[in-house]
Design a protein around this ligand. Structure first.
Ligand SMILES: [Zn+2]
Ligand SMILES: [Zn+2]
Length: 257
């Protein structure tokens, strides 16, 4: 079994301080590839640097909606330069988060649209963070995201109806361990309608360990095996077949060898 954690934050100190051991546990669990995702200029630089030390590790660079208020012309110029890096395979995470509103909604929309423009110029797929802003996210993607190379909604926490809208656009959906939570019926209903050729897996670690490890405070890539097992069962598939299918999806989406 070979799985790829398509969205983790390995540069966050909880994981970075112990990275060799974190990756060793991951490989032992069958998670042999990682996409570490940047959220602000400093994390983006760290992500690109970290990938230089590990062959199956790739980076995404982007400005999280929380940090949209700090985006300047220079931020975007540097982002574009970093995005040209050899191991940078996606733009993100970017999108809208109206749950916390750490940045104003208009700043978030502006930063999101600007990053979609960069993704288009560089022909990179985009990792979308969307929380309590579904209609607005779709509206911006509808306007600026039509001819992007690929779009994935990460840490999907919406309904089956929303999943259907995403799939109708030809976009992809990625699930974290949240789908294993007791109260996640809505997300489970959504997962049922996402075919494996549009479905990817992630931890979004260090946050949100899946059941039955939910009590483990610091999530890490190794624990993604629980999410994989859970979703395989939900889809009444053999774990290996399910893993092979979603790994093939991830590789083709991110254009990995
Ligand atoms: Zn996110
Ligand atoms: Zn994230």
């Amino acid at each position: 079994m070979e799985l790829i954690d398509t969205h983790c934050h390995l540069t966050f100190e909880q994981l970075a301080d112990d990275i060799e051991a974190v990756l060793a546990r991951s490989v032992a669990a069958g998670i042999t590839g990682w996409l570490t995702v940047g959220t602000d200029p400093q994390q983006n630089r760290k992500a690109v640097e970290l990938t230089e030390n590990f062959s199956n590790m790739y980076a995404a660079v982007g400005i999280h909606p929380h940090d949209a208020k700090d985006v300047t012309a220079e931020t975007l110029t540097e982002l574009k330069e970093l995005a040209l890096g050899e191991k940078v395979i996606a733009l993100g995470e970017t999108g809208l988060d109206f749950h916390y509103n750490f940045s104003s909604q208009s700043d978030q929309k502006q930063a999101f649209a600007a990053q979609l423009k960069i993704a288009k110029e560089l022909n990179l797929p985009v990792i979308i963070h969307c929380r309590e802003a579904f209609d607005e996210t779709i509206e911006i993607l509808d306007r600026y995201g039509r001819d992007l190379r690929g779009v994935v909604f990460h840490c999907f926490s919406g309904s089956a109806a929303q999943a259907k809208i995403i799939l109708d656009y030809g976009f992809y959906i990625s699930f974290t361990g949240v789908v294993t939570f007791k109260n996640a019926n809505l997300i489970r209903e959504a997962a049922k309608i996402v075919p494996t050729d549009k479905l990817m897996l992630e931890t979004d670690c260090p946050y949100m360990s899946p059941e039955p490890m939910r009590k483990q405070k610091i999530n890490e890539p190794a624990l993604m095996v629980h999410t994989a097992r859970y979703l395989a069962e939900l889809k009444q598939m053999d774990l290996t077949d399910f893993a092979d299918a979603v790994t093939a999806t991830s590789k083709s989406f991110f254009d990995l060898p």
